[in-house]
Write a protein that binds this ligand. Sequence first.
Ligand SMILES: [Zn+2]
Length: 121
Amino acid sequence: MFKDRDLRKLCEDSFENVKRDMENLKVKHTDQQKEIDQLKEKLLNLYGILTDVQAQNADPVATPEPKQERKSKDFVVSMKSGKVHQRECFFARKIDPRHRLLFDAKIDAVNEGYAVCNACA
Ligand SMILES: [Zn+2]
């Protein structure tokens, strides 16, 4: 069995160990806190850059005029296959002009009973 003196020594040693561990953890924590602060700063910088880029891009994209030009007759139906294609579709270009119908909107062609092309839908 431990004598009183041994026990006290053991307690003191343990206490010292715990104290040292806590000091180490404190240092570690301070380091991590510094790292977090640095990352926060970086993030804020990036957010600032992002906001600038968004502000620069916002105006030109917002003008809707070119879209209106493209809107007319953008869809092509083949009366032979019964399919409706986007005008740029590979198959749309193959349609014989005699079998070709043009539509402003895909939904208009679908409402008339034409099926949507699998390649360009
Ligand atoms: Zn197609």
